[in-house]
Design a binder for this molecule. Structure first.
Ligand code: 4AD
Ligand code: MG
Length: 478
């Protein structure tokens, strides 16, 4: 294979009148003369000028939208508007034809819903090209952030026997013949005969194993897929999503919040620096989309302004109890505009409440702390009031909860007592409890939902459009 130069580098080239080889997929071919070629290195296409009078008509016919081609030509300053350089083709080779009658991606605007049905091809659109390049930058930036701070990247298991969050939303893993699983004498499924000799499931969180790592390595993080069988058909939930879970020994909740805020700001800043063109494109896309909405639902900031705003302001920190007081007194609550009215203390916040706090009341990211213990997981550190735990959720505009975390309960008796109250089997988590028996120390951590982060940074409206192949109820295509 001859070396080719990526289109991004060609478009930035200071040198012209040089011979170059470029390869990519045809976006459009106009007037039998101008090919717009894209190779995914940038949202911008390079223009290839075809000398049609001296080109075999049979070849010209094969230059169709979607075809893969290789071009050797001269990089020259462009006469046309909108681009600095273009390529005068000398040799064009079609590597892969694309039948224009059958190719599903026409050079026109397609709806995101339609593109979801052809997710195998949607990478070839400007929107998804931009989304997945931004996703890549964010993913790299997460590693850089932690690596620069001496965190150890820990790979926690995908198949486990525990339900870390205790919410019962796990996918079972088995190699039984489901039509005929072995049974015990009392007629129950006999998991002792299953592959792992016990019932297992896909992980909902790497946290518990992460804590074990932190109790020796001090600071660890995970970054991997997690699975939840919650039947939430929303724009914010996936059945398979990627989560970043740092866990830090000798951290309290304030240290934890500081780290999470620094992480979010760092990765957003990296995206702004490295994906300026993509974000500019996505910002315009969002502005176009917002024009369809009624005036009062439009955002007064562009996507880029929103991201910058996030960097420039401290996140608002307050307790759950303070938030409830604000919500109770809020206009939508008094005017009965909330679908779930806020009356008492102790119930979980709905996303309409979270969004009111972030978007209307504080108008910036919010960190809520010290939630009622009954709505949070068993491992969170109990406060002296006997009612609340050292939890924190970070809420973002347009998204709601993006991070969930806590200081962990390091006191063995308190932890065991809470597990008993919540019906969490202590025998099964003997290894987790061991860290509280041998060298327990204060520690904390959080989970950042990666797709919710990508959703925020790209300004997309549906979480299914920021992961290459989304998994959600009744869908596992591709
Ligand atoms: O709040 P969650 O459930 O917290 C945990 O799993 C903890 N073990 C984290 C920790 O402390 N180490 O999930 C963490 C984050 C949420 O804030 C949200 O951003 C994301 O994961 N998340 C989802 N993202 C997409 N689809 C889903 N179904 C999600 N469920 C949670
Ligand atoms: Mg949560």
């Amino acid at each position: 294979m001859s070396q080719r130069t990526k289109i991004k580098a060609l478009l930035e080239s200071e040198q012209t009148h040089i011979e170059v080889t470029v390869k990519g997929w045809i976006r459009t071919f106009r007037n039998n003369q101008f090919i717009a070629l894209n190779d995914g290195s940038t949202n911008n296409n390079i223009q290839i000028v075809v000398d049609f009078e001296n080109t075999d008509p049979a070849l010209l016919k094969r230059l169709t939208t979607g075809a893969a081609i290789s071009v050797i030509g001269e990089l020259v300053p462009s006469l046309g508007k909108g681009q600095k350089v273009e390529i005068k083709a000398k040799e064009i080779e079609v590597l892969g034809d694309s039948d224009p009658e059958k190719y599903p991606l026409q050079p026109k605007k397609h709806s995101l819903e339609f593109l979801r049905e052809i997710a195998h091809l949607r990478f070839r659109t400007n929107t998804f090209g931009a989304v997945f390049r931004v996703r890549n930058t964010l993913s790299h930036a997460i590693h850089t952030f932690f690596q620069d701070r001496g965190f150890v990247y820990l790979h926690t298991p995908i198949i486990t026997a525990s339900d870390a969050e205790g919410a019962g939303e796990t996918f079972h893993v088995t190699n039984f013949d489901l039509a005929n699983p072995p049974k015990t004498e009392t007629g129950e499924i006999d998991y002792k005969q299953d592959f792992f000799g016990r019932a297992t499931n896909l992980t909902v969180s790497g946290q518990l194993e992460g804590e074990l790592g932190a109790m020796a390595l001090s600071d660890i993080y995970t970054f991997g897929p997690t699975f939840r069988a919650e039947n939430s058909n929303t724009t914010r939930h996936l059945a398979e999503f990627w989560m970043i879970e740092p866990e830090m020994a000798f951290y309290d909740l304030v240290d934890n919040m500081d780290l999470a805020e620094a992480l979010l700001k760092y990765v957003i800043k990296e995206a702004l620096a490295k994906n300026a063109e993509d974000l500019e494109f996505l910002s315009q896309r969002l502005a176009e989309e917002e024009k369809q909405k009624p005036q009062n639902e439009r955002s007064d900031m562009s996507l880029i302004e929103k991201l910058q705003f996030c960097l420039d302001h401290d996140f608002q920190r307050l307790t759950y109890t303070e938030a409830i007081d604000i919500l109770k007194e809020s206009t939508p609550n008094k005017k009965k505009k909330f679908q779930y009215p806020v009356e008492g203390w102790g119930t979980d916040l709905q996303s309409e409440h979270e969004r009111y706090l972030v978007e209307k009341h504080f108008k910036k990211p919010v960190i809520l702390t010290d939630y009622p213990k009954q709505i949070k997981a068993f491992y969170m550190r109990q406060n002296d009031d006997g009612q609340t735990v050292r939890a924190m959720d970070i809420l973002f505009p347009g998204i709601g909860e993006i991070v969930g975390g806590s200081q962990r309960e390091e006191r063995l008796e308190k932890l065991e007592q809470r597990m008993d109250e919540m019906g969490i089997p202590k025998e099964e988590l003997w290894w987790y409890l061991d860290t509280r028996r041998f060298g327990a120390c204060p520690h904390a951590g959080f989970g950042l939902g990666f797709e919710r982060l990508v959703l925020f940074v790209t300004g997309m409206g549906n979480i299914r459009d920021v992961i290459p192949f989304p998994r959600f109820p009744k869908n596992a295509e591709f």
